[in-house]
Design a protein. Structure first.
Length: 292
């Protein structure tokens, strides 16, 4: 799986495991201090095999340290690994490797070119090609939300992600949220993708049994330059005009005084709103803002 940090890789794996009714074991290779640190997740996978359940082992940031790549070679080929005095035999399982190094897709393309001399990044480990050759599944790329050079514009996806996070935080009784918030999410550039959007929403004060969120409920540190500079949100937003650009973006978004429905089912929405009149109007507002 190829994705930038914060793209929602771990959440994606959890959703897949839940859908397939299997168990996911997650381990971040960036935190590997010694090879024996890999024993607990492998033991957890073996325990699932004993229970006749298919384990899904998710190794995040597998490309963070090239020196750790040889450790994974026998695991991907034989389903077993020798760590210290222990011989861990797992047999068949599902392994997902997630990487975020920008040079990784280039290395993969070069390796698939079938040229004998395959170039890797400076200081890279040739074992990466060996590792890639042992993968018998496909590659799942998670693209960025926006990349004009590559023709990628997933800003509506950002709105959908924000709505789902809002429903998780405030409960499924939530009916409406300020369109200004979704407008800001769509137009803002978040440093860490989904993780940064989730952080933004986590700053909204909790509101028990909320059925609606109003603009006055948000209390986000976006109204002034100093408020944004002093908040943790400053680590999560990017703008060519820096903090002033983000503050102005929020001011423009707040001009939209519309409550947007976040119902989970279209039928539920139709029963409570004149959908033929309200819904097209609101969608038109979002589309026009996103196309600016």
């Amino acid at each position: 799986m190829l994705a930038s940090p914060g793209a929602g890789k771990s959440h994606f794996i959890k959703c897949i495991a839940e859908k397939l009714r299997i168990s996911a074991i997650t381990f971040n290779m960036a935190g590997l201090q010694k090879h024996e640190d890999l024993i607990p997740p492998l033991d957890a996978a073996r325990n699932l095999k004993v229970e006749d359940r298919i384990p899904l082992l998710f190794l995040d940031e597998f490309d963070s340290r090239p020196g750790d790549l040889p450790l994974l070679l026998p695991l991907l080929w034989d389903g077993e690994l020798n760590l210290g005095q222990r011989d861990l035999k797992l047999g068949k399982l599902v392994i997902v490797l997630a990487g975020s190094d920008p040079s990784l897709p280039v290395t993969m393309d070069n390796a698939r070119s079938m040229r004998e001399a395959v170039s890797t990044k400076e200081g890279g480990n040739p074992k990466l090609i060996d590792l890639l050759s042992r993968i018998n599944g496909g590659v799942v790329p998670i693209p960025p939300f926006y990349d004009a050079a590559k023709g990628i514009d997933r800003r509506p996806d950002k709105v959908c992600v924000a709505v789902q996070i809002l429903r998780q935080r405030f409960g499924h009784k939530l009916r409406t949220v300020p369109l200004a918030l979704l407008n800001f999410v769509a137009r803002a550039n978040f440093r860490y993708g989904v993780r940064s959007i989730a952080h933004l929403i986590s700053l909204i004060p909790q509101k028990e049994n909320a059925t609606e969120l109003k603009l006055s409920d948000l209390k986000l540190p976006l109204s002034t330059v100093n408020a944004l500079k002093d908040s943790s949100l400053a680590y999560h937003l990017l703008h060519d005009d820096q903090v002033h650009g983000v503050v102005n973006l929020w001011k423009e978004a707040k001009a939209m005084k519309i409550a947007f429905p976040v119902y989970n089912r279209a039928a539920e929405f139709a029963r409570n709103y004149p959908a033929d009149m309200v819904f097209p109007y609101m969608v038109d507002q979002i589309v026009r803002e996103l196309s600016r």
